[in-house]
Write a protein of this length. Sequence first.
Length: 203
Amino acid sequence: MSVNEAAPVAPPPKRSLRWLGTLMTMLLVPFALAGCGWLAQTQGTLTLSVSVVLLLVVLIGAWVMCGPGPGACVVALAFCAALFIGPALNDHMLDQRGVRYPAVIADVQSFYRKHGDGRTCKVVRTDVVESAVYSVGDMGDGCEDNVREGQHVTLVVDPQGRLSPRLSGSVNGASGALLWTCGGLLAAMEAFILYGRLRRRRA
């Protein structure tokens, strides 16, 4: 090779591939968050642990794709969004596909909790001779302070058994405030994903 001959220059990365990575990140991360949030609503410690592990994988992937600065904002917003998306899906799905049964409060139990006493209602159906005993909590499930033993209520049960049963007074679908919160967090997250990808492209 002569002195005046220029060394071969590597071709720049194709812009189409970079835009494809950006588009895939913006599309896949919200769906992954929704999946992790929905999985966490399933009864059982195993599924909750799996959803947490999958969420960490999603967050790490988003960090890598967006870079350290914007990636930190994406991770924070995505984590908060997952915390809200799961309950929103829970409220919506139980309202839409939950089966309502006449029932009666068989027992009300109190237990100590760090931030005040907790309550658990034992509920049995009245439309069958022998009913399973359903446990209904007080954290948005309907076992409130005004519920008493022997009170007739309506029990809402997920036919697939994935979601915890509730009393009908707590089954009203996803609230508007919850939906607006999810939408705002996702919109901010998408904006930081786009900003991070554009900044990495210019670097």
